[in-house]
Design a protein around this ligand. Structure first.
Ligand SMILES: Cc1cc2nc3c(=O)[nH]c(=O)nc-3n(C[C@H](O)[C@H](O)[C@H](O)COP(=O)(O)O)c2cc1C
Length: 247
């Protein structure tokens, strides 16, 4: 009997301790989406024109390993524009719906609360990505690139990009459930989405760079962002400048 207790005690202790650790002490224990839960800050876009994006292709010519090996931060781009198919592919990789039934997206999200909103700045205006329906909403047709470049401390990558993808965070969607930890969760999620874009860019023969050095207020003003949509990353994308042949 004594032997049996001595054997069982460590097992019981292990179960109790691991059970305690599996609970998120700072932010509660829920990591799955609540049915019917709505964000208090969900912004309603959709007054303007909508562009249906072509379906993304799900097979590519480059392996994931090659994309990882080849990815570099590139800051100089050719002047060529991106095609709608390329834009579609990049947006899908960042935030596209990959599980229609449950509405889950290409990048993971704490509690599937999806606090990221993606904006695009092109020569012909500002757009917002709507993952449901895989479409772009036209927010304005003014060229705001000069304002964006100024806000991004005049970085050449932002100036030369065919498209600047701007990841915004709506922190409240996550802090409402996870408290302060929700800010960290949201920033982590932006990293997931950004890396997907960088790797997809390589797969398409394009190039990109993550830009974190910018003035938040300036970007918000340039894009006329709704309250609570806070820009945290600018991702300039374009065709990489061709290397000159060695003599
Ligand atoms: C959070 C973050 C912010 C960054 N901000 C900038 C930036 O503002 N401008 C820039 O040119 N590169 C920026 N970078 C890119 C880094 O300079 C680059 O990743 C680093 O030099 C390593 O090179 P690699 O990306 O080619 O591996 C940033 C990278 C990260 C992860």
């Amino acid at each position: 009997m004594k032997k049996c207790v001595l054997f069982l005690l460590p097992v019981v202790l292990f179960i109790v301790i691991t059970g305690m650790n599996s609970k998120d002490k700072e932010g509660g224990t829920k990591m799955a989406p609540e049915k019917g839960e709505k964000s208090p800050t969900l912004h309603s876009f959709g007054d303007g024109a909508v562009i249906q994006l072509p379906a993304p292709r799900l097979k590519g010519e480059m392996s994931l390993e090659e994309c990882i090996q080849k990815r570099r931060s590139i800051r100089s781009f050719e002047p060529r524009k991106l095609t709608l198919q390329e834009i579609s592919q990049l947006l899908w990789a960042m935030q596209g719906i990959t599980d229609e039934r449950q509405g889950l997206r290409a990048a993971p999200s704490a509690g599937a609360l999806y606090p990221l909103e993606i904006y695009l700045v092109k020569d012909d205006g500002v757009y917002h990505y709507e993952p449901h329906g895989h479409r772009l909403e036209v927010l304005g047709t003014k060229d705001v690139r000069d304002e964006l470049v100024s806000a991004a401390l005049r970085q050449s990558s932002v100036r030369q990009a065919a498209v600047n993808f701007v990841i915004c965070a709506v922190y409240e969607r996550v802090t409402t459930r996870y408290g302060e930890k929700g800010v960290r969760f949201t920033d982590m999620e932006a990293g997931h989405a950004a890396q997907n874009l960088h790797l997809e860019a390589v797969a398409l023969g394009l190039a990109s760079v993550p830009v974190g050095a910018f003035m938040e207020e300036g970007v918000a003003k340039a894009l006329s962002l709704p309250k609570g949509h806070r820009p945290i990353y600018i991702l300039p994308v374009g065709e990489p400048v061709k290397q000159k042949a060695e003599k």
